[in-house]
Ligand binder design. Structure first.
Ligand SMILES: C[S@@+](CC[C@H](N)C(=O)[O-])C[C@H]1O[C@@H](n2cnc3c(N)ncnc32)[C@H](O)[C@@H]1O
Length: 205
């Protein structure tokens, strides 16, 4: 498909309001959100493997955002849109309730120093907003190489009453682990670091 950057990139309205995702994609297929796409490898592979789903990528860093958006345009994937913004603001202020079937977060920045912990993506307000944005039965999956951040993520997810822990089970995970591994996952696995994963499912409303 012929896709230009104009088709892929969406600029958020300056005044926060919930956006219409159906309009953004031009159809009502299920929408999966990835936060912190980096160079977009995961988003691209998923979008190509599942043409019956839509993929929305959020990336804050301009350099990676441009790289990823260019990549989507070059591959001509019609089911991907990208937004450059702070994912915390996006999920809390722009994302409609019950609008996404999955939320993927791979290797969120760990901000290891204690005084920087408040910059972390996962906190109570973010997790509440994510639970609200997930459709019934929708899943949130997260992976990180950072043991201490992993414990914090797990404890904040466990405390969210609308989410329940489930098995980490990406479709065909075994067959295509290499294909869908993210850049950071590949790097850390080469270094022999442990990767921690969690999946939570949105309970029915
Ligand atoms: C450690 S990298 C991981 C990239 C990719 N997910 C992977 O696994 O290879 C974290 C990414 O999240 C992005 N990021 C961090 N905080 C963000 C935020 N609040 N909103 C959007 N993107 C964010 C960073 O710019 C970076 O590209």
């Amino acid at each position: 498909m012929n896709m230009s950057l104009v088709d892929i990139i969406y600029d958020l309205p300056a005044n926060p309001k919930t956006i219409c995702l159906r309009e953004l994609f031009g159809n009502d297929r299920p929408i999966e959100l990835e936060i912190g796409t980096g160079k977009g490898g995961f988003l691209l592979q998923q979008a190509r493997a599942h043409e019956d789903r839509n993929y929305l990528g959020i990336e804050w860093a301009n350099k990676y955002f441009k790289l990823a958006a260019d990549r989507m345009a070059r591959w001509g994937v019609g089911n991907v849109r990208m937004i450059r913004c702070d994912a915390k603001v996006f999920v809390q202020q722009y994302l409609p309730a019950a609008s996404i079937s999955a939320l993927h977060v791979h290797h969120p920045d760990p901000w290891p120093k204690r005084r920087h912990h408040r910059r972390r993506l996962f906190d109570e307000a973010f997790v509440d907003a994510a639970a609200k944005a997930l459709a019934d039965g929708g899943v949130l999956d997260v992976q990180t190489d950072h043991a201490e951040y992993f414990e914090q993520i797990r404890s904040v997810l466990r405390a969210q009453p609308d989410l329940e822990e489930t098995l980490f089970a990406r479709q065909n995970q075994d067959e295509c682990d290499d294909v869908i591994a993210t850049n950071f996952q590949i790097k850390y696995q080469r270094e022999g670091r442990e990767i921690y994963r969690l999946t939570y499912r949105r309970r029915p409303r």
